[in-house]
Design a binder for this molecule. Structure first.
Ligand code: FNR
Length: 383
């Protein structure tokens, strides 16, 4: 049975996920850093902008397609990389990737995914981007990039807002870490969710597949210990010169994710990257960082059309996507929206998440008197 069939909003999928999952696992997906101020701000920022619809337009048909990073996309949405999805639903990465391919939108696979680079390429041949964290072990990082290249990935996405891990206190409170540790605190939590336990046990404990085999002695013991110790294995020394070398090495699309400052965005445009993602990691890294939607206009101005600007953080409604475009984003990335769908109900859940957003974007456009997503302009926002 498709448990997500009756979900009418992303929030419905979130509630479903919350019921299904042990609290520790749900909180890992749902939570942010420290006081979660930035997490909330990402959402609040959308409510600080209001739409100003036009009427008396023939909106019998509507077209949601657009270009994302130089190629067509059926919707103005790409799937953001999210790690550890398999702990919520075995095979969850494949579920989301297949849903994205079927919907005709790009999908980014996380370094910390529970499915390998090659499996995703085989199971979900669509527009694929590989998200690389800058690991301290440079050889290992290069091997991941070479694998993505060999598997035909269209883009490499470098995430730059995680030089060190954010302080995610829900994970501390819940004793959540990967690999799992059973502690007196969380064992009761798992016992209260026998269906989740049975599903995970049937499929075997998920692994961070792309990090398997990271050479011992170079921090591999800590590599999979994301969550409460997130970031231990990342290279805090990664800087502009290393990014320039990455640009030299990767000839396909290079997307840099985690940009907040217009000067950084302008420098990236000069460096010749193919896209910039305004992102604060969904509020999971720097708490106190501004909402991404608030940062967007200055970054769009700084880049001056040289490079497409994408944005993520808090996108839960079609109207959010319309507002992001009106503020200059080419498209949005969604992290938790498809994640909640997948961990609530597997592939049909991920499909449902995309279908809900599709329906809401087209409905919002028509209610705004627009027949094409690409016709959105700044004029759509109330002053
Ligand atoms: C993330 N995010 C993330 N980003 C990244 O570059 N690599 C990663 O492995 C992860 N992992 C991850 C796990 C989970 C559970 C979440 C919720 C997020 C950040 C993600 O790509 C994106 O920036 C945010 O999720 C966007 O915010 P929303 O859409 O979740 O509000």
């Amino acid at each position: 049975m498709n448990a997500a069939a009756n979900a009418n909003s992303i929030e419905d999928l979130r509630r479903l996920a919350k019921r299904r999952l042990p609290r520790a696992v749900f909180d890992f997906f749902d939570g942010g850093a420290e006081d979660e101020w930035t997490l909330r701000e990402n959402r609040s920022a959308f409510s600080r902008h209001a739409l100003r619809p036009r009427v008396l337009v023939d909106v019998t048909t509507v077209d949601c397609k657009t270009s994302i990073v130089g190629a067509p996309s059926a919707l103005p949405i790409a799937v953001a990389p999210t790690g550890a999805v398999g702990f919520g639903w075995p095979g969850g990465d494949v579920a989301i990737a297949k849903a994205a391919a079927a919907a005709g939108i790009p999908y980014a696979l996380s370094t910390s995914a529970t499915t390998s680079i090659e499996t995703i390429a085989r199971e979900a041949p669509g527009r694929l981007w590989f998200q690389a964290y800058v690991l301290r072990d440079r050889e290992f990082l290069e091997s991941l990039i070479a694998r993505a290249e060999a598997a035909g990935y269209e883009g490499l996405m470098i995430t730059v807002d995680l030089p060190v891990g954010g302080k995610r206190e829900r994970d501390f409170r819940n004793d959540f870490s990967i690999p799992f540790r059973f502690t007196p605190k969380n064992v009761v939590d798992f016992a209260l969710h026998p269906r989740w336990v049975a599903r995970v046990l049937r499929s075997g404990m998920p692994r961070l597949e792309n990090l398997a085999g990271l050479a011992p002695g170079r921090g591999s013991a800590a590599v999979s210990a994301i969550a409460s110790s997130v970031g231990k294995n990342y290279d805090a020394g990664f800087d502009w010169s290393r990014l320039a070398a990455m640009r030299e090495r990767w000839k396909r699309k290079l997307i840099v994710k985690g940009i907040a400052h217009p000067d950084d965005a302008a420098r990236l445009a000069e460096l010749g990257v193919d896209a910039i993602v305004v992102s604060n990691h969904g509020g999971r890294q720097l708490d106190g960082g501004a909402a991404t939607l608030d940062l967007l206009p200055d970054i769009v101005a700084a880049v001056g059309g040289r490079v497409p600007v994408l944005v993520d953080g808090g996108v839960r409604r079609g109207a959010d996507i319309v507002k992001a475009r009106a503020l200059g984003a080419q498209a949005v990335l969604v992290g938790r929206a498809t994640l909640f769908g997948a961990v609530a109900a597997g592939e049909p859940g991920a499909q449902r998440a995309i279908a809900i957003l599709h329906d809401e974007v087209s409905r919002t456009l028509r209610l705004c008197g627009l027949t094409r997503f690409d016709a959105i302009g700044a004029d759509l926002l109330a002053r």
